[in-house]
Design a binder for this molecule. Structure first.
Ligand code: CTP
Ligand code: MG
Length: 237
């Protein structure tokens, strides 16, 4: 378990519409093991001993949050998110008092299966190195680069390729400035690490579990339910 350090805050972007899920409501409000995906994610984060507070970015047209058990939770605050994920993350970061919380974790609402052990590893490594980082999973398949007609050009060395997951953990002031600068310059920011890259600030990859899937398409809901059951069984053993 991680050496416990000062309390941490997590920003949870949850303002997306879940277009690829093609469901009747935003995917973070779909039911998984009798509660919403968002409730699973936030309750899991709050179960970590280092996590003191969660700031959730919600859509300005959100109709579902008020019916969740997170409403009026003393450790949960909400902000209004934006058009893109990065806008929602920035709204959350701007609500943080960096004196009180010098570091922030950002974690997708759509990743309810993140193991607490992986969060601990990320926190410990970032503190020990005094450098931000992200959970990531090594690429397993042989990777191909193609031309615009899908003809293979080369096989890419996969030993240096990773799937970027969340949480991602950075110093609040550095991440806020990096995102604001990138947005101001019209740069496409898909995760926090890409904002740090643009600012030429370091971020390190920390290997995490393949359990930490992002629920994106309908099939992923079945897989997430399976992973949650497996994790519960492991706790009971
Ligand atoms: N997100 C957000 N604000 C947005 C877009 C996305 O807070 N404007 C959040 C989503 O709610 C999700 C996380 O960012 O928790 C990761 O995004 P993704 O998995 O792409 O979710 P959606 O954008 O909702 O899904 P899709 O891309 O299929 O529409
Ligand atoms: Mg999206």
């Amino acid at each position: 378990m991680a050496k416990l350090i000062e309390p941490l805050v997590v920003v949870v972007p949850a303002a997306g519409v879940g277009k690829r899920m093609q469901s009747h409501r935003p995917k973070q409000y779909l039911s998984l093991h009798n509660s919403t995906i968002l409730e699973h994610t936030v309750n899991r984060l709050l179960a970590h001993p280092s996590i003191d507070k969660v700031i959730i970015a919600l859509s300005s047209s959100d109709e579902y949050y008020q019916d969740t058990s997170l409403m009026n939770h003393p450790k949960v605050q909400t902000v209004v998110g934006g058009v893109e994920r990065v806008d929602s993350v920035l709204a959350g970061i701007q609500a943080i008092d960096a004196q009180q919380y010098p570091w922030v974790l950002v974690h997708d609402a759509a990743r309810p299966c993140v193991p607490l052990k992986d969060i601990s590893t990320l926190i410990t490594l970032c503190h020990e190195s005094d450098q931000g980082g992200l959970l990531a999973a090594p690429v397993r398949d042989t990777m191909k680069r193609t031309d615009d007609k899908n003809n293979v050009l080369t096989t890419v060395d996969r030993s240096a390729l990773w799937h970027a997951l969340t949480p991602q953990m950075f110093k609040v002031d550095e991440l806020r400035t990096a995102i604001e600068t990138a947005l101001h310059n019209g740069i496409d920011i898909t995760d926090e690490s890409s904002a740090m890259e643009y600012a030429q600030l370091p971020s390190q990859v920390v290997e995490g579990s393949s359990d930490n899937i992002k629920i994106t398409r309908a099939d992923d809901l079945t897989l997430a339910a399976f992973i949650l059951t497996k994790q519960q069984e492991a706790v009971c053993e």
